[in-house]
Design a protein around this ligand. Structure first.
Ligand code: CAA
Length: 380
């Protein structure tokens, strides 16, 4: 067993770290405050290759492995989880889905724009009454020969306003339940497609989350992804990989908050000494470090499984479940280590605590991860 990263992995991690510190950190508090999308920063991440890291080079992607992707996700998330979720959705849900299951024409037309950051993608599964229970969605796409007519509403869509290419999951035949679901590529500007107002969120406020409505949107048949009825499996397969990206995001939020708490403990004095010299603080840092290291091993194992052709449903779900709990616990403790300052925006940790919560909700709540895990371990 070799825990050492390759030189290339180290370079990718360093590049992501440098970008996060130099380009994401300035303005991160203001973007959170104003709910401002990191437009310039996303454009630069596209130029640097962070928007399509794992996608095929012939369509502008980086052709990198999942380990590289999670290393970058961790570094970006240490500083700005709003920017990193844009990267995560674009990479693991949209680019990966299209690269793996799209036709040559779809990849040529759409993937090549998404990998470079020229256009941003969104993944549209959740609905007002179907978040976790993905088969119960109400959006329909009726087959009209050479096109489908799409009707329905999607909720909580990350990149909902900034995206231009949307992967939309819809029922084409409700009688067939999950086997009557398909995934479609929908473009912004198609007649009948409307982006709703931006959600006012607790965390990841720099990312834009919207509801979307489809009123008789005409979607060409060539925009369907995969064989008829493949949509539910498409969503499940894509989300299984997406969960590794969100696990890495949770890990990054935790690691970023821990690093701030550690540094603060070295400069803040109380009772005549730096607070790191009090066991009450040192033990907190020990617990934070230990749980982060455990989460990092789980994230890496899931990425390694994916890169090595192993089933990663279980390792990805476990990594997301555990890392998101660590993100929540560590950020709460990081605020505590900072005392009163932890409650103040300029120290960053209060934002991280708010950002951490979403990692237990999106791309499958913690309860959904437990369903995936328990089904997997009880299957044999
Ligand atoms: N890979 C391939 N196929 C899979 C699969 C996987 N990982 N998981 C399930 N399937 C297949 C099953 O094999 C089955 O197919 P067959 O009947 O042909 O064998 C089919 O899918 C149905 O499976 P289940 O019976 O297990 O389905 P279920 O209705 O019980 O649901 C679930 C399972 C795990 C709960 C699923 O509904 C789920 O993951 N729900 C959560 C959805 C989710 O993550 N939503 C988040 C929204 S996206 C988001 O947040 C993006 C964003 O903007 C950040």
């Amino acid at each position: 067993m070799d825990f050492k990263l390759t030189e290339e992995h180290e370079m990718i991690r360093q590049a992501a770290r440098d970008f996060a510190i130099n380009e994401l950190k300035p303005g991160v508090i203001e973007r959170d405050e104003k709910q401002e999308f990191p437009t310039e920063q996303v454009k630069k991440m596209g130029e640097l290759g962070f928007m399509g890291m794992m996608a095929s080079p012939e369509y502008g992607g980086g052709g990198m492995d999942t380990v590289s992707y999670v290393l970058a996700m961790e570094e970006l998330s240490k500083i700005d989880a709003s920017a990193s979720v844009v990267v995560s959705v674009n990479n693991s849900l949209v680019c990966w889905g299209l690269d793996t299951y799209g036709t040559e024409e779809q990849k040529e037309k759409y993937l090549s724009k998404l990998t470079t950051g020229e256009k941003i993608g969104a993944f549209c599964l959740s609905e007002p009454e179907a978040g976790s229970d993905a088969t119960s969605q109400k959006t329909t796409a009726i087959d009209k020969g050479d096109h489908y007519i799409l009707n329905g509403t999607k909720n909580w869509i990350t990149n909902g306003g900034s995206a231009e290419i949307y992967l939309v999951i819809a029922h084409t035949d409700k009688q067939k339940k999950h086997r009557g679901i398909n995934a479609f590529i929908v473009e912004k500007g198609m007649e009948g497609f409307e982006v709703g107002p931006k959600e006012q969120k607790m965390g990841i406020r720099g990312s834009d989350t919207h509801s979307l409505t489809f009123n008789d949107v005409k979607v060409p048949k060539e925009n369907r992804i995969g064989e008829d009825g493949f949509g539910f499996k498409f969503a499940m397969k894509t989300l299984a990989g997406g969960r590794i990206g969100i696990a890495a995001q949770a890990l990054g939020i935790a690691a970023g908050a821990y690093e701030l708490a550690k540094e603060y403990s070295k400069i803040r004095k109380a009772f005549g000494t730096e607070i790191k010299n009090h066991q009450a603080i040192a033990f907190k840092l020990a617990d934070m470090h230990t749980s982060i290291e455990a989460a990092r091993h789980m994230v890496m194992k899931a990425a390694w499984d994916k890169d090595n052709g192993n089933n990663y449903d279980l390792s990805g779900a476990m990594a997301k479940l555990y890392a998101s709990q660590v993100a929540m616990d560590v950020t709460v403790e990081a605020v505590q280590v900072h005392g009163g300052n932890g409650y103040v925006k300029e120290y960053h940790v209060e934002r991280m605590m708010r950002d951490a919560k979403i990692t237990q909700i999106y791309e499958g709540t913690s309860e959904i991860q437990k369903i995936v895990i328990s089904r997997s371990i009880l299957a044999d």
